[in-house]
Design a protein. Structure first.
Length: 290
């Protein structure tokens, strides 16, 4: 009887051990299936065959050059360089998503780079282990001003104390699309003072006050001020985009320009639009102050 009882306990122990092993096998299989599912949802940064623009690098460069609208402010300041944009190329159809700036240049150039990427056609997806996968790609977009455009802007700028002032006028460049709420940087017909540039010069001459400390310290410099000309001709959102050697000159330039009367608004494709405009204001000491 004791032997029989021992055999029963032994058998039950073996069955329990086997059941535990079987349970562990189930757990392992379940983990393996979960890992596979995670891999399916992975966005890879390293693959065997990289995602590619349709037609290759040459076709992509051609698209970028054709699509790019060099920001007027960046061109005025001579800003050149590369903007690195990261995005995901879908394994399903090659569409691009989650575009963001990895390394920027200027806010205007960064925005233009994102716009270019948003207009790109679908890519050829990347490949890993013989299968198409979601791929993260970093694309450098180069901003380079053409040699023929690397020249002084047309016009003059000259300030001698409060005696005289005049401004450069940016050359008009046509944008292809119209958006009622968009603030344009390039238009068919740029905005301009109602009574012309000569009257603008006189108005500023009458109101400009060369900062006393700047006169005392013999500080000169050019302040680049950007602002928006609304569709009703009002001037708003004044900002210094290229500072001078003195914050006093920067503040005075903004103060004077913010007192200007309404302008004739810009137009694009025959429609009045909101337009960004840049005025470089040069402060130059009178000869007797030098």
């Amino acid at each position: 009887m004791i032997k029989y009882t021992f055999l029963v306990i032994l058998v039950l122990t073996m069955l329990s051990t086997y059941a535990q092993v079987e349970d562990k096998k189930d757990i392992v299989v379940e983990k393996k299936e979960t890992a596979t599912a995670d891999e399916e949802n992975t966005v890879f940064t390293s693959v065997e065959i990289a995602a590619e623009y349709p037609g290759g690098t040459v076709a992509m460069d051609r698209f970028i050059k054709k699509t790019m609208e060099y920001p007027a402010v960046a061109k005025l300041q001579g800003q050149e360089g590369k903007v690195f944009v990261g995005f995901v190329v879908s394994k399903k159809d090659g569409s691009l998503s989650d575009a963001k700036i990895i390394k920027g240049l200027t806010p205007e150039c960064d925005q233009e780079a994102l716009r270019i990427v948003s207009l790109m056609p679908k890519w050829k997806p990347g490949m890993k282990n013989g299968k198409q996968v979601d791929t993260r790609y970093v694309l450098p977009i180069k901003f380079e001003i053409p040699e023929e455009e690397k020249r002084p802007a047309v016009g003059t700028e000259n300030v001698r104390g409060v005696d005289e002032i005049s401004f450069d006028e940016p050359a008009p460049v046509v944008e292809e699309t119209y958006d009622e709420n968009h603030i344009y940087t390039v238009v068919d017909t740029p905005p301009q003072p109602v009574e012309g540039m000569a009257k603008l010069n006189q108005t500023i001459k009458d109101n400009l006050k060369y900062p006393k400390k700047a006169l005392k310290d013999r500080v000169e410099g050019t302040v680049f001020v950007i602002f928006v000309v609304n569709k009703d001709g009002s001037l708003v959102d004044f900002q210094v985009v290229k500072k001078s050697a003195s914050e006093l000159l920067d503040k005075e330039a903004i103060r004077v320009l913010s007192t200007l009367p309404k302008w004739t608004p810009g137009s694009n494709q025959g429609k009045v639009v909101r337009t960004k405009f840049v005025l470089p204001v040069k402060f130059k000491l009178p000869e007797e102050k030098k």
